[in-house]
Design a binder for this molecule. Structure first.
Ligand SMILES: Nc1ncnc2c1ncn2[C@@H]1O[C@H](COP(=O)(O)OP(=O)(O)OP(=O)(O)O)[C@@H](O)[C@H]1O
Ligand SMILES: [Mg+2]
Length: 247
């Protein structure tokens, strides 16, 4: 069965090739995002994880390959049209507007007219999920702690009620306690039925919160399988979990 013919797959990427100018970065990678589940991509720095997410979001054009959402070819859709198809990206490094309040930043998540009428209900849903953001709704985003900024970035991603939420390194730079908190929140969002594609630098947590994973190396998929299998895989343990031979 080819990727785009399965009902289990909300999104299927087929043989994606992406270049930055003359430099090819993705070499024909294929992966599926499982409906209602957390799928992850792990891999070392520079492997092409962010490039893959940006390609799905339509921020980067493909040099080859196709992207299917619910079996429909969306390869030619603009990033704006992909947001309308309820694909949301929470980018690496959060990219909040520091001089705007928490609430104003969240509202940027429903900038398209199609989403404006649901803004208030989306805002209450985000505040239910992140009570701390509600308390700080008038605070400038630039003065939030790192963990709160990440919550605000994830909250902004949820404002368009995405069917696919892509999270790029959500725990980057956070203290261990906050890393716990962010991964617990990702689990909560997934339990609400949102399909998630997670790129995680914290491989241990990322494999624990996800059900299926892809290991990317220099623009190719080196390994894939159920997250539990990857977690117990000797190669993954040595390369990404810091395990020694005996571990
Ligand atoms: N705008 C760009 N122009 C040229 N090369 C780029 C650009 N963005 C990324 N690259 C290169 O593409 C490759 C993949 O980068 P990418 O950011 O996708 O990796 P990554 O897996 O997300 O890494 P990290 O774990 O460090 O975030 C790297 O070699 C990077 O230098
Ligand atoms: Mg990256």
């Amino acid at each position: 069965m080819t990727a785009e013919t399965s009902d289990d797959h909300l999104l299927a990427a087929e043989k994606l090739e992406v270049r930055y100018g003359a430099t090819q970065v993705l070499w024909g990678i294929s992966f599926n995002i499982f409906r209602g589940k957390v799928t992850c991509i792990i891999g070392s720095n520079g492997a092409g994880k962010t490039t893959a997410l940006n390609t799905i979001a339509g921020v980067l054009p493909v040099a080859g390959g196709k992207i299917f959402l619910d079996r429909r070819d969306i390869t030619a859709l603009s990033s704006r049209d992909r947001v309308k198809q309820r694909i949301a990206l929470v980018p690496e490094g959060r990219q909040l507007f520091p001089g705007m309040s928490v609430e104003e930043n969240l509202m940027m998540g429903c900038f398209l007219p199609e989403f404006r009428k649901q803004a208030q209900s989306s805002l209450s849903r985000v505040f239910d999920l992140f009570p701390r953001l509600k308390e700080r709704r008038r605070q400038l985003a630039g003065t939030l702690s790192g963990g709160e900024q990440q919550m605000c970035a994830i909250g902004r991603g949820l404002m368009s009620s995405p069917q696919l939420l892509m999270l790029d390194e959500p725990s980057l730079g956070l203290a261990p306690r906050l890393v716990d908190e962010i991964f617990a929140l990702i689990g909560n969002i997934a339990r609400q039925g949102v399909t998630i594609l997670l790129v995680g630098q914290n491989v241990n947590y990322t494999l624990q919160v996800s059900q299926y994973g892809y290991v990317m190396e220099t623009g190719r998929i080196a390994l894939e399988g159920p997250s539990e299998m990857l977690f117990n895989n000797d190669y993954v343990r040595r390369a990404y979990l810091g395990a020694t031979e005996q571990a």
